[in-house]
Design a protein around this ligand. Structure first.
Ligand code: HPA
Length: 275
């Protein structure tokens, strides 16, 4: 089925009826699926994404197709285990469906993690970049057409898309969790091929700190709906051409696994502080 503003509203209503999430405080989109522990919150259930959304799902190795509902009293937190990418063939509207769902259920905050390539040769793999801004080179925007009319302003301001207060807290939590961390600009490419060395030189020239293939559509939709946004990017590999070897999806997944424990403790701390 093609998703429409009406159908995502119906999806949100059905979710509310079926899962009774109460006041949804936020949405966490955890790149490759993290087994989160949040002090004070209880895991309320794992829901298959195929049961929630009415468009066909595409498989992706390393990404689970579920959503976890965490609960605390009458409140809840939605956690997407994995995400939808444009390069898998999802439309921009489908990519941001979890943000629409959470936003329609009242979420005030979007926290997203992703894996990226480091554009600075001095940045060690496993470093964390707290995203301060982005450059959208994906050639699409989730607010095109009817989506620009229905959920908030048609021309949302993006000058402070990445919440300064959340960034400050994230830098502190990252240091406490043992990450080398800094702020930087995330360059979003469509993928799924990795970049060429010439493209990487272009991105460095533009002032990017990391390059990836996700998250920017979600940020745009969340800002349109008035949500505060925090994005943490795990620099998993040196970008193409910065080292004399090939890039593989495996090395990205490996670095993600290595960082999982630190990321989990950091996200637990942050959620505890913020919600
Ligand atoms: N480029 C784009 N996306 C990525 C990379 C990269 O080098 N590493 C992880 N995601």
């Amino acid at each position: 089925m093609t998703m429409t503003p009406e159908s995502i509203r119906a999806t949100a209503e059905a979710f509310r009826e079926r899962h009774r999430p109460g006041r949804v405080r936020g949405l966490l989109v955890a790149g490759s699926g993290l087994s989160l522990e949040v002090p004070g919150w209880e895991r309320g259930g794992v829901v298959g994404l195929a049961e929630v959304f009415d468009f066909p799902l595409h498989e992706l190795p390393g990404h689970s197709q579920t959503l976890t509902l965490w609960r605390r009293g009458g409140e809840s937190l939605l956690v997407m285990n994995g995400r939808f990418h444009l390069y898998q063939g999802y439309t921009p509207a489908e990519v941001v469906a979890p943000v629409r769902l959470a936003g329609l259920l009242g979420a005030e905050v979007l926290i997203a993690t992703n894996a990226s390539g480091a554009l600075d040769p001095a940045m060690a793999p496993g470093s964390l970049v707290v995203v301060a801004d982005h450059i959208n080179l994906q050639g699409s925007n989730p607010l095109v057409g009817e989506w620009g009319r229905d959920f908030g302003p048609p021309f949302p301001d993006m000058s402070a898309a990445y919440d300064p207060e959340l960034r400050r807290r994230a830098l502190e939590a990252a240091a406490a969790a043992g990450f080398a961390a800094r702020e930087g600009v995330y360059c979003a490419m469509l993928g799924p091929s990795f970049e060429t060395p010439a493209e990487i030189r272009m991105l460095i020239g533009m002032g990017g700190a990391v390059v990836g293939m996700s998250t920017v559509p979600e940020v745009i939709a969340a800002r349109q709906m008035g949500m505060r946004v925090l994005v943490l990017s795990l620099a998993a590999n040196p970008a193409a051409g910065l080292v004399d070897r090939e890039l593989t999806h495996e090395e990205v997944l490996d670095e993600g696994r290595r960082a999982a424990v630190k990321l989990r403790s950091m996200l637990g701390d942050l959620i505890d502080q913020l919600l």
